[in-house]
Design a protein. Structure first.
Length: 318
C-alpha cells in the first residue's frame, strides 16, 4: 500500500505498493509503485511476520539510504513547497515509477528526459500549472505558492541559502522501534499480535485465525521492525484507516493500541486506502489488489507478496 512529514493539515501521498509502476512528473502522472501508498531509505529486514498459528516469511534485504533534507541552495519557499507536495514520492531514491528525486538544488538542475530542453525544476512549473502534479485526488499548490516557485524558476533558479535546513525525506530514517515495546505473545491469538506481520498470508496458511479482507499496521516511521508496536494516535488525533471499495463503498477501520487494523469480510477490489488523524490524511493515489498491507509495506521497503511491487517502507501515520 505512498512519515516524518511536517505537514499536518493537508492530504499526504502514500506511496503505492502491490501495484504496477506507472508514470511520474515527466509524463504528467505519478508512479504507483513500490512504496506503499501507505511509503525509501535503508533498512535491514528482520523479525517474524504473521498472526495466528504459524509465521510468515521474514523480511530480508536492504534498501538504499535517503539523502535526508533538501540541501542548501533552495529558497525556503521552494523547499517548503517540495516538502508539502512532492518529496513523499520524489524522495531519494524516488519510489518506483518516479523518475527523479526533488530534494536538492542539483535534482532540479537535471535535464528532463521527456522534455530535453527543460530542466526538471522548470518542468515542475508546467506540471503544477496543468494540474497533473501532484496527482489527483491530492491537493495542488495554491496560486500564490505556484507564483512564488515560478518566479524563482523564471529568475534562473538562483542558489539561495535557507537557514531552516529544508524539507525532510520521510524515508531517510533508520530501522528503529519507535515505541520501544514489542509483541511477546508468540502465536497466541490476539488482535494485538505481530504488528508489522503479513496477517492475511499467515492466517491463510492454516489454523483458526480470522480471515481478513484487509489488514495491516500503522507506524510512526518508515522502517519499524516486525513485532514492534505501532501507533494508534498521531499529533492530530486518533488514527483510523478508510478503505474505499471499487464500487465506492467505504469502511472506516479503527487502529488499535499497537497500530493494527483489520476488516473481516470481502473487499471489492481494486480499492483505495487512507490513514487519517483529525484533519491530517495520508492517502493512496493508486488502487490496490492485495489486502495484505504488511506484505508490501515491509521494514526494508521490499515485499513478501509474490508478483507485487515493493513499497518503500511501512504504512506511516500522517
Amino acid at each position: 500500500m505512498r512519515n516524518a512529514l511536517l505537514l499536518v493539515t493537508s492530504v499526504l501521498t502514500i506511496a503505492t505498493g502491490c501495484g504496477s509502476a506507472s508514470t511520474a512528473l515527466e509524463n504528467g502522472g505519478m508512479g504507483s509503485a513500490g512504496a506503499s501508498t501507505f511509503s525509501g531509505a535503508g533498512a535491514a529486514g528482520l523479525g517474524t511476520s504473521g498472526a495466528g498459528p504459524g509465521s510468515a516469511g521474514a523480511n530480508s534485504g536492504s534498501a538504499g539510504t535517503g539523502s535526508g533534507s533538501v540541501e542548501q541552495g533552495l529558497p525556503c519557499e521552494v523547499g517548503a513547497l517540495l516538502q508539502k507536495y512532492c518529496v513523499t514520492c520524489h524522495s531519494n531514491p524516488p519510489i518506483a515509477g518516479v523518475p527523479h528525486a526533488l530534494l536538492t538544488y542539483a535534482n532540479l538542475q537535471i535535464m528532463a528526459s521527456s522534455v530535453p530542453t527543460s530542466k526538471v525544476g522548470a518542468l515542475a512549473v508546467m506540471r503544477m500549472a496543468d494540474g497533473t502534479m501532484p496527482p489527483k485526488p491530492l491537493p495542488g499548490p495554491t496560486a500564490a505558492e505556484q507564483a512564488t516557485y515560478k518566479a524563482w524558476v523564471d529568475a534562473g533558479m538562483p542558489m539561495t541559502a535557507c537557514g531552516t535546513g529544508g524539507p525532510v525525506d520521510p524515508y531517510a530514517t533508520p530501522v528503529q522501534c519507535s515505541s520501544g515495546a514489542t509483541w511477546k505473545g508468540g502465536d497466541r491469538g490476539s488482535p494485538l499480535m505481530h504488528p508489522g506481520g503479513a496477517c492475511i498470508s499467515c492466517h491463510s496458511s492454516g489454523g483458526d485465525g480470522p480471515i481478513y479482507g484487509v489488514a495491516g499496521t500503522v507506524f510512526p516511521s518508515a522502517h519499524e521492525p516486525n513485532d514492534c508496536n505501532g501507533a494508534s494516535t498521531a499529533s492530530a488525533g486518533a488514527l483510523s484507516v478508510v478503505i474505499t471499495e471499487a464500487n465506492g463503498t467505504k469502511h472506516t477501520l479503527p487502529v488499535n493500541s499497537v497500530g493494527n487494523f483489520f476488516y473481516e469480510g470481502t473487499i471489492g477490489k481494486p480499492y483505495l486506502a487512507e490513514v487519517s488523524a483529525g484533519m491530517a490524511v495520508r492517502a493512496m493515489v493508486h488502487s490496490q489488489s492485495s489486502g495484505d498491507c504488511n506484505g508490501c509495506h515491509t521494514v526494508s521497503g521490499g515485499t513478501n507478496t509474490p508478483g507485487a511491487d515493493p513499497a518503500p517502507g511501512r504504512i506511516m501515520a500522517p
